[in-house]
Design a protein around this ligand. Structure first.
Ligand code: PMP
Ligand code: GLU
Length: 397
């Protein structure tokens, strides 16, 4: 008999990781699946970063590091924030963790308790709502559909605020929609938040560099809310380092200290070798970022064109990240061999089993009519994948 805690019983498994796992299982059976499910760059980590890691091994960086990460790494992050974001932080305000995933979870566990509400704009990244549940908080979902480019308005935000609101999680550029809030749109949200001094703003900026409209805008730039913003970022996406597991926060001191305390009892610092690799990434040439960004932009254009060519799909123009999130309402409720595809999870499973394309149903992202395609893969594979999707959708009745 399973005796897992209520906490874990109530938790949903990560749908992004689950679909990727299923895709790998089919591949192991010899089926030629194209995996557009999990979101990670298909590039190798740049050589100068790998060299720094090898050097760290040889130089015996093998002892416990300070819980929030080496001071040298935190200084490199402070310099990055100054150089790229024009923001001033002290190294004590930086806490490095095992990926931005842990960073978000640390912050939520540090500030949210039973009865606290967290505003989560939908479509949202799968893990936010589960992490809020872990922290025993209540998710307050504010939905923005494709007709508003999946971005919430200041009026929607204000309508969701109550005396129990503890935090807002904002992700721009967004996973899963690729939408990017403009500076004016961020200002609109900041002006609302300025009226509610107790709300913490968690700004997930992990896709900062994968932006097709120009300079990244951080909500932390607005003076009227700055002391309540926690920036979450990391090396996974910018430097093709998903498996190195290195993310970080730049936070008000009290939140950084709380995360430090939590992490000190839970995981300690992230791996020293990953830390030294990340330090090299921030201090070295940034050319690799632009090379990858250009490849993603070309693929974005390709994906928008291919998906727009499929009858019934509603497609937006994603201005960042590497996801396309078409609205597939026209196909939901249709059937294959008498089996009804009742929602986007069924549709994604159908595309995997019959079309051999792995994508993720929007249900897990709070968007039951959409499907997420990650286009961080070779152009030829994208062409083949969308041709399979088109054929598979055409035979639904
Ligand atoms: N935030 C968002 C929006 C993501 O898509 C991801 C997944 N890569 C993360 C955070 C976590 O990234 P990591 O843990 O690899 O740094
Ligand atoms: N964040 C990526 C995604 O959404 C990686 C998987 C995960 O961490 O959930 O696909």
């Amino acid at each position: 008999m399973s005796q897992v805690s209520e906490r874990i019983a109530a938790l949903s498994p990560s749908e992004t990781l689950a679909m990727s796992q299923k895709s790998n299982e089919l591949k192991e059976q010899g089926i030629d699946v194209i995996n557009l499910s999990v979101g990670e760059p298909d590039f190798f980590t740049p050589d100068f970063i790998k060299e720094a890691a090898k050097k760290a091994v040889d130089e015996n960086f093998s002892f416990y590091a300070p819980v929030p990460g080496y001071l040298s790494l935190r200084k490199a992050i402070v310099a990055k924030l100054k150089r790229e974001n024009k923001l001033d932080y002290k190294p004590e305000q930086i806490v490095c963790s095992n990926g931005a995933k842990q960073s978000v979870c640390n912050v939520l566990l540090a500030v949210v308790g039973p009865g606290d509400e967290v505003i989560v704009p939908a479509p949202y990244w799968v893990s936010y709502v589960e992490m809020v549940k872990l922290a025993e908080g209540t998710n307050v979902i504010v939905t923005a559909g494709i007709e508003q480019d999946f971005k919430i308005t200041p009026a929607q935000l204000e309508a969701a605020i109550t005396p129990r609101t503890k935090a807002l999680i904002l992700c721009s550029p967004s996973n899963p929609t690729g939408s990017v809030y403009s500076k004016e749109e961020l200002k609109g949200l900041a002006d609302v938040l300025a009226k509610y001094p107790n709300i913490i703003i968690i700004a997930d900026e992990i896709y900062e560099h994968i932006n097709y409209v120009g300079q990244h805008e951080s909500i932390a730039r607005f003076e009227n809310i700055r002391e309540r913003v926690v920036i979450v970022n990391g090396v996974s996406k910018a430097y093709a380092m998903t498996g190195w597991r290195l993310g970080w926060i730049a936070a008000p001191q009290w939140i950084a200290s709380a995360c430090n305390k939590l992490q000190g009892q839970y995981t300690s610092s992230p791996s020293n070798i990953a830390q030294k690799a990340a330090e090299a990434a921030y201090l070295g040439s940034q050319d690799c970022i632009e090379t990858m960004r250009q490849a993603f932009e070309r693929r974005r254009n390709l994906m928008v064109k291919l998906a727009s060519d499929i009858p019934g799909l509603k497609v937006n123009q994603p201005n960042g990240a590497f996801y396309l999130f078409p609205d597939c309402s026209a196909y939901i409720g249709k059937s294959f061999n008498g089996k009804v595809l009742a929602n986007s999870a069924d549709l994604a499973m159908y595309l995997l089993e019959e079309g051999h394309v792995a994508a993720v149903g929007g249900l897990a992202f709070g968007a039951p009519n959409c499907v997420r395609f990650s286009y961080a893969t070779a152009d030829e594979k994208l062409v083949e994948a969308m041709s399979r999707v088109k054929k598979a959708l055409a035979v639904l009745e």
